[in-house]
Design a protein around this ligand. Structure first.
Ligand SMILES: [Zn+2]
Length: 263
């Protein structure tokens, strides 16, 4: 039962926890709740907190490189040489749709148009947020515990914007990447895995087979990577994920080596 303070005194109400049973196992602490009414129903939003032990790097048994882009939203490459694409084609269309609608409304410039613009902005944000939740959840479920996820550190907004060719939308794009990273970090931590963000320099230009680095290796328009030296050819998002995987492998061997020296 929930005890809620109202203008007419305290009332006790029952609540449904279907699908959220895990939060009531005693390991979570509850924050300050907020009562929200929507669609004729009442929802209680409760922030939940849990202390998590940082996973031991020595236990890592899988490294997964994740390239983020708009063509295939997320591309993952793992230690078995397997590539998984989280198709972002619908994302691209939907973004384009929002973009068009936004332009139209901006041209109109009326009060109601401005109002619609605002509500549209938050709808798009919710939709990106939902997508980020789904993809990070799928990634964590796919690889299980003791995984090291390697992503690009895209806090430098220019590289994030460059990646998706939307020059005038710096904020929205970097915001989505930043959210993806924070979702992946906490979901990974909850399942005993960890995330490292690495310098994105050359991840899309370096040949994962021979190491040759050249801008011309990648054809951005056709989304194809072809090494100028050894002719290794693949989808360019996959190349990014492969190079991130390599960086992850190097990271693990360096860290575990250091640990064995100090031990
Ligand atoms: Zn090569």
């Amino acid at each position: 039962m929930l005890s809620i303070n109202t203008l007419e005194g305290r009332i006790k109400v029952s609540f449904a926890i279907k699908g959220m049973e895990q939060y009531f196992d005693g390991s979570w602490s509850f924050g300050i709740a907020k009562l929200v009414t929507k669609y004729g129903k009442y929802f209680l939003h409760i922030p939940m907190t849990k202390e998590i032990v940082t996973p031991d790097i020595n236990l890592v048994n899988k490294v997964v490189g994740i390239d983020l882009g708009i063509n295939f939203l997320a591309t993952a490459y793992d230690s078995k040489g397997k590539t998984i694409f989280f198709n972002g084609r619908t994302v691209k269309h939907k973004r384009a749709h929002y973009e068009q609608l936004r332009k139209k409304l901006q041209q109109k410039g009326t009060r109601s148009a401005r109002k619609r613009l605002r509500s549209m902005g938050s709808r798009e944000n919710r939709w990106v947020c939902d997508l980020n939740h789904k993809i990070t959840k799928a990634l964590v479920n796919q690889y299980g515990p003791n995984t090291l996820f390697v992503i690009e550190d895209l806090t430098g907004m220019r590289s994030a914007a460059e990646k998706v060719h939307l020059n005038n939308r710096y904020t929205s794009v970097s915001w989505a990447f930043y959210q993806f990273r924070s979702f992946l970090e906490y979901k990974a931590a909850m399942s005993g895995s960890s995330v490292i963000a690495v310098d994105p320099k050359y991840t899309s230009q370096t040949c994962p087979k021979c190491g040759h680095t050249e801008k011309a290796n990648r054809d951005k328009k056709k989304h194809i990577f072809k090494c100028k030296t050894c002719s290794y050819t693949s989808n360019d998002d996959r190349i990014g994920a492969m190079n991130l995987w390599t960086t992850g492998i190097e990271y693990v061997s360096k860290v575990t080596l250091q640990a064995s020296f100090t031990a």
